[in-house]
Design a protein around this ligand. Structure first.
Ligand code: PBG
Length: 332
């Protein structure tokens, strides 16, 4: 009897790669427009649609012109939106965060009126755009963040978004107990169907720079390291995610994403919940600047980065490139 050989030259993995039709059918990961969610920055005023200098290809937009961004996105197959309000009024408690007439709330109700349930409208729930000190929570006199006082403000804000018609709220302040506090408040006010996407593992990252210019939300004094996670900690990220799951999160998010794919895949193994990954402003601009300098092919590198996030375990990729990537995918 002939000896049975193991490995090479018996096995040749290249056999699956040589024929395009075969390679196509054994491809393990699929990236489609339905896997992407587009962030929107909604400002006060009328007739505003100005490009954000720190975030190429992204606009500050007032409610009356939202359709100019939303409708082309819908045509490309992007039907999920994450809204950030950029208010003019700021104070120590972030009072305008739960003002029914603030940009985020008005944008949500306008989008609900126009498009109903044919799209998903999610809102970022945080105080940093609304506080004059720029922190994500309420400060005590000594300047430290008061976790439990912040929970009440986050819950009020989430309820106000739900009241305007948000399908989903996404708490991003990294306060302990934020998902549970919001779930309770939504349930008590009758919004039992409003879902929660927790920014479960949100790291204290240098890659939020361009966003802070877009959202006018940089902290005046100090940094966010007392509430956002240490980039060194992977196990702790799983604890954060599991805690959000226990508190009633419907989707778990990891942010940033490209530098934290190990965290995405570990949480994927430890939870049955759907997952989102946020390709943050600095990650997006890192690729964009490299492409603009001629070092990378913009289309290929974006497609690869988004596919890699799907492969690592993300069901949804939150990305400033959603529409452009969707158009490329639709053509292929
Ligand atoms: C609000 C918030 C931030 C981002 C999303 N929600 C900024 C921050 O925490 O400093 C960053 C998104 C990005 O960089 O694209 N807390």
């Amino acid at each position: 009897m002939k000896e049975i050989r193991c490995g090479y030259p018996h096995n040749r993995l290249r056999r699956l790669r040589g024929n395009g039709a075969l390679a196509d059918s054994v491809r393990e990961t699929i990236l489609r427009p339905k896997h992407m969610m587009l962030p929107l920055f909604v400002v006060e005023g009328k007739g505003v649609k100005t490009s954000i200098s720190s975030l190429h290809g992204v606009d500050h937009i007032s409610v009356d012109r939202l359709c100019e961004v939303v409708e082309p996105a819908m045509e490309a197959g992007i039907k999920r939106f994450l809204l950030f309000g950029v208010p003019e009024e700021k104070d120590p408690r972030g009072t305008s965060a739960n003002d029914g007439k603030a940009p985020a709330q008005r944008a949500v109700s306008d989008m609900k009126k126009r498009y109903g349930d044919s799209i998903l409208v999610a809102t970022d729930v945080c105080l940093c755009q609304y506080t004059d000190h720029g922190h994500c929570g309420i400060l005590r006199e000594d300047g430290s963040v008061d976790n439990d006082a912040t929970l009440r403000r986050l819950a009020e804000t989430a309820v106000s978004h739900a009241r305007s018609g948000a399908h989903m709220v996404a708490p991003s302040a990294m306060m302990d107990g934020q998902v549970g506090a919001i779930r309770n408040a939504l349930d008590e006010t009758g919004f039992t169907e409003t879902s929660i996407m927790g920014y479960s593992a949100k790291f204290h990252s240098a890659f939020y720079g361009p966003f802070r210019e877009a959202a006018h939300s940089a902290p005046g004094k100090g940094d966010r390291s007392s509430y956002q996670m240490d980039p060194a900690n992977g196990r702790e990220a799983i604890r954060e995610a599991l805690q959000d799951e226990e508190e009633g999160a419907d989707i778990l998010m990891v942010k940033p994403s490209l530098l934290y794919m190990d965290v995405i895949s570990e949480i994927r193994k430890n939870s049955l919940l759907p997952m989102a990954a946020y390709m943050v402003s600095g990650e997006y601009m890192m690729l964009r600047h490299a492409a603009e300098a001629g070092a990378l092919d913009w289309r290929k590198s974006m497609l690869e980065a988004h596919m890699a996030l799907r492969r690592s375990g993300a069901d949804i990729v939150i990305t400033y490139g959603a529409v452009e990537v969707a158009r490329w995918l639709n053509r292929s």
